[in-house]
Every structure is written in structure tokens, then in C-alpha cells.
Design a protein around this ligand. Structure first.
Ligand code: BGC
Length: 404
């Protein structure tokens, strides 16, 4: 759907770039629980993956060439603290070099401290299912604030707490593979609390730090039947509202990840669980990984986040798995239009980070999904920019004006 808009340009300091996560691009995150989960045969092993751990300098040069002025990535906790009580200085130096490289290229950094993966030793202790374990994460947060403080532009404490709790503790879609709704809620609340504490920990060390987290917002619509009349509101409350309510005071900005519209009804839930294809059944128009949002939906979700939080918003993830690269351009245009319309109405949106720069490791589906602006030849690791990457650059050059 086309939105009417005043077509005001975005401000000059608007941030444009991409998002990623360590386990999905670096390769060989061998001490993480997701690595072990793969070794146990639940999901494909990422192996050396995109080899971004070694090739980050080249990747950042390419981003710079494409006009990006921001990049979000995660610091892999299991690299820095591979065993309980052990700190790997070499890895700290590695991430310092990564941050310095971005800074030299005038690419602002959004640093995520937890993006799905935890060290295996932390998982073995029960991970975030046990609130008494939160202090391990907070020690890591302290360490990062002390070591990387002056190099980080934006801190993102935790990525999508609700997705992580649901995937790993209810849907058996990630380590440790639980199927317990009470446990999933415990994990969710422990993560919300970990975010709140991390916010104050970072501020204590770096009073001027800019701290937020990335929250996923999904549009819930009726999947039919009587339950379709009320379940969308229940899902909206649990998945969209609850986290914002629990963390209202601890965001200098809110990172919004938006991907899907989901059709909810008891029948769809039953079918999703039965076929172990929760995502396929509940999302309309299946493409590779389900239906994406149109501009009207993204606009509504941004408006919703603004109404609840009244804090600057950054879209910290938005994208589509599109192997043929035929839908991504329209999808990106939709996001830009929605941001523009929301900005016209007073919503303070300050940046857009597309998911993702590279075709990377997509959790359960391995390298089959293609979310990248840039393809990666899995043998040579050569980077091959797609048409959509060129289009994104032209959006940036026109400062958000869409001409088609
Ligand atoms: C996650 C990413 C993931 C993307 C696409 C987001 O919810 O943060 O790690 O790759 O969705 O599925």
C-alpha cells in the first residue's frame, strides 16, 4: 500500500546501515550454546560461515563504499568469556579493532551484548531460566562497558527477549530446547530484568552512554473463527506491549525489529504446534520465511512504539529472506515510506538498519535463507553485492526520497 506523505527529506544525521549478529556472520563461535546445539544435530553447523571474524575490515570498507553510516553487530559473550571465570584478552582486542575500524570509516556502531547465543557454560548452569545467573551476564556487561566504552556509539543490551524466550524455552527452536510456557515466561522476565540492570550498570561506568535494546514488534491479525476475535489482542499484549511496559524507564532509545504479520487463532496455534511449523502456518503468504509487513503495518507499529515509549526510535532490524532478490527493493521502499509518514506525524525515528548486510546463517534454516544485500560465495567467501544493495545506496544518497 502506498502511503500519502509530505515527502520531507530525512535529517542529515539520519543513520542508514545494516544489522548482524556474531553467530550469524563470524564463523566458529565454538564456545556458544548454539554451536553445541548444532553439533547435537538440531540445526546446520555454521562452520566458518561468512568468515566475517577475519574479513570484517573488507566488509566495513564495502559498507563505507555503499554510503552506510551505521552498523549494528554483536559482541560474542562466549568468545570473551569462553569458560566460567576465564577472560580472553585476545578477543577483547579483536572487538576493539572491529570498533576502531568502524570509527575510522565514520560508521556509527550499535553494539548488541546478547543476540540469541550464550556461552555453553552459562547454558549448562540453566542460563536465563535461573535469575540467580543474571549476574554472569551483568559482569560481562560491566566488562564491555569498561573495555569498549569510548568506542561504542549505541548500546543494545539484549536482542528480542520475547523471541529468545519463546524459541529456546517453548518452541524447541534453539538451545536448550525447552517446551514449557511457565519457564519461557520466567526467562522473559529475567531478561527484562537483565536489561534494566544492564542499563544502570553501563550508565554507572559511562554516564553519557546511549543505551537501549532491540524489541521485535509484530502485527497480529485474526486467523479466523471466534478465537480470532480476541487472540490477536492477547498476542499483541504479550509479544509487543509487555516488554515495553517492563523496561519503560531504561531506554534512551528503542530499537525496533519488525518482520511479520501473524494470523492467530486456536486452530492455527494447534496446527503450528502439531506440524512443528508454527511460523509457516501463522504467517500469511509464505515466501521463504513467511509474510513480510507492508508499509501501513510498519507505520502502525512505529506509531505504537512511540506512543508507549516517547523515546527516539531506530529500526534496528527489518528485512526479508528473498533468494531471488526480487522483493527486497519494494520491501525496503515500504519501510522508508512508513518511516517518513511516521516522522511527518511527529514520531522521532532516527535510523534504519536493514537486516542484513550479508547472506548469513539463519538459525534453524542455516544458509538456505537469504536476508543479505550482499551474497557470499560459500567457497571463496567472495562478497557479491545484489541489485537491492545498489538500491539501498541510492535511497541513502537521496536521503530517503523514494522515486519509484
Ligand atoms: C533476529 C535475527 C534473525 C532475523 C531473521 C530476528 O528476529 O534478531 O537474528 O536473523 O530475525 O529471522
Amino acid at each position: 500500500m502506498q502511503l500519502t506523505q509530505k515527502n520531507l527529506p530525512f535529517p542529515h544525521d539520519f543513520l542508514w546501515g545494516t544489522s548482524s549478529a556474531a553467530h550469524q556472520v563470524e564463523g566458529n563461535t565454538e564456545n556458544s550454546d548454539w554451536w553445541h546445539w548444532a553439533i547435537q544435530g538440531h540445526v546446520p553447523l555454521p562452520g566458518v560461515g561468512c568468515d566475517h571474524y577475519r574479513l570484517y575490515e573488507k566488509d566495513f570498507l564495502l559498507m563505507q563504499k555503499m554510503g552506510h553510516n551505521a552498523h549494528r553487530f554483536s559482541i560474542e559473550w562466549s568468545r570473551i568469556v569462553p569458560q566460567e571465570g576465564v577472560i580472553n584478552r585476545k578477543e577483547i582486542e579483536h572487538y576493539k579493532a572491529v570498533l576502531q575500524s568502524l570509527r575510522k570509516k565514520k560508521i556509527q556502531s550499535f553494539v548488541t551484548l546478547h543476540h540469541m547465543t550464550s556461552p555453553q557454560w552459562f547454558s549448562d548452569r540453566g542460563g536465563f531460566a535461573n535469575k540467580a545467573n543474571n549476574h554472569f551476564f551483568l559482569d560481562f556487561v560491566d566488562l564491555c562497558a569498561r573495555e569498549f566504552g569510548n568506542l561504542v556509539d549505541f548500546w543494545i543490551t539484549i536482542n528480542e527477549p520475547i523471541t529468545y524466550a519463546a524459541k529456546s524455552f517453548l518452541l524447541e527452536n534453539g538451545p536448550p530446547g525447552g517446551k514449557n510456557i511457565i519457564r519461557a515466561f520466567q526467562v522473559f522476565f529475567n531478561l527484562a530484568s537483565a536489561h534494566n540492570d544492564s542499563y544502570y550498570r553501563i550508565k554507572k561506568i559511562l554516564p553519557r552512554a546511549v543505551v537501549g535494546s532491540s524489541h521485535v514488534l509484530t502485527e497480529y491479525v485474526s486467523g479466523g473463527g471466534i478465537s480470532g476475535l480476541f487472540l490477536p489482542s492477547v498476542f499483541h499484549f504479550i509479544n509487543n506491549s509487555l516488554y515495553l511496559l517492563c523496561t519503560k524507564k531504561t531506554h534512551d532509545f528503542v530499537g525496533i525489529n519488525c518482520y511479520y504479520r501473524v494470523h492467530v487463532s486456536f486452530y492455527n496455534l494447534y496446527k503450528g504446534f502439531k506440524d512443528k511449523d508454527y511460523e509457516g502456518v501463522m504467517r500469511d503468504e509464505r515466501h521463504d520465511l513467511g509474510m513480510f509487513l507492508d508499509s501501513k503495518s510498519i507505520y502502525m507499529l512505529l506509531l505504537y512504539a512511540w506512543r508507549v515509549m516517547k523515546k527516539p526510535l531506530y529500526v534496528t532490524e527489518h528485512g526479508i529472506s528473498d533468494p531471488a532478490d526480487t522483493k527486497r527493493i519494494g520491501h525496503m521502499n515500504d519501510a522508508v515510506r512508513s518511516m517518513q509518514k511516521a516522522r511527518d506525524e511527529g514520531v522521532d525515528i532516527r535510523g534504519y538498519l536493514h537486516w542484513s548486510f550479508l547472506d548469513n546463517y539463519e538459525w534453524s534454516s542455516g544458509f538456505e535463507s537469504k536476508f543479505g544485500l550482499v551474497a557470499v560465495d560459500q567457497k571463496t567467501k567472495k562478497r557479491l553485492p545484489k541489485k537491492s544493495a545498489v538500491h539501498f545506496t541510492s535511497i541513502i544518497q537521496r536521503n530517503g526520497r523514494i522515486t519509484e
